[in-house]
Structures are given as structure tokens and as C-alpha cells.
Design a protein around this ligand. Structure first.
Ligand code: FES
Length: 116
């Protein structure tokens, strides 16, 4: 029997925003710069805590390396491309706050299996 390890702790969250900062999505660090703005943007939108809290994570490749920055919103299964700062603001205000995906920026959508 293995030794019991302490469980990691995590705050509750409504959605998880995954941001690819890999070198094939953006060559000049644009995605990392975008990621670095998320703390302030989430706070301003009121999604840094509470019922709408969004967890954010950097990834290094989703294997869909084109037209970045690209981000994924889970558990909604929605993938966005061309996430400029202006488009990120649209995703935050429309999708992460109001729950309405930004249709013209979606390049892939997956069905959630939860509750299926
Ligand atoms: S480097 Fe971003 S998806 Fe591959």
C-alpha cells in the first residue's frame, strides 16, 4: 500500500481558460503577453473569484498551431483563434461573464460529455 499523499487544493471555478503560449502559435511572445494581462482583466470583469471564477492555465501546444493566439474554454469545449487583445476582451465580456460564445472567433467546438 502506498503512503498517503496530501491532496492538492484548488478553489472552485466555473470555467477554465487554457492559453497556448507555444512558439508555433505566436512567434514574438504575443500569447504570453496576453496571458500576463489575464489577472487584471479577470479582476476588472469580476471573474477572478465568486460564482463565475475562471481558472487560467498556460499550455505549450494543442497541436492546432495556426492563427494564434489560440485559447480553449472548458468545460464548454470551445476553441478560439486570432485572440488579439480586443478579441480577448470580447471573449471575457461575452463568453466568460455572460455565457454566450463569440461565434465568429470559434474554430472548433466539442460536445461536453458531462451529463450525457
Ligand atoms: S504551439 Fe500553440 S497549438 Fe501548437
Amino acid at each position: 500500500m502506498s503512503e498517503a499523499l496530501p491532496k492538492p487544493k484548488m478553489q472552485d471555478y466555473k470555467r477554465h481558460l487554457l492559453v497556448c503560449v507555444g512558439p508555433r502559435c505566436t512567434t514574438e511572445g504575443e500569447a504570453q503577453a496576453l496571458f500576463d494581462t489575464l489577472g487584471d482583466k479577470f479582476k476588472a470583469a469580476g471573474i477572478d473569484q465568486g460564482d463565475l471564477r475562471v481558472k487560467r492555465t498556460r499550455t505549450h501546444c494543442f497541436a492546432t498551431c495556426k492563427s494564434g493566439p489560440i485559447v480553449c474554454v472548458q468545460p464548454d469545449g470551445i476553441w478560439y483563434y486570432n485572440v488579439t487583445e480586443a478579441n480577448l476582451d470580447r471573449i471575457i465580456n461575452q463568453h466568460l461573464v455572460k455565457g454566450e460564445p463569440v461565434e465568429d472567433l470559434i474554430y472548433h467546438r466539442s460536445e461536453s460529455v458531462i451529463g450525457a
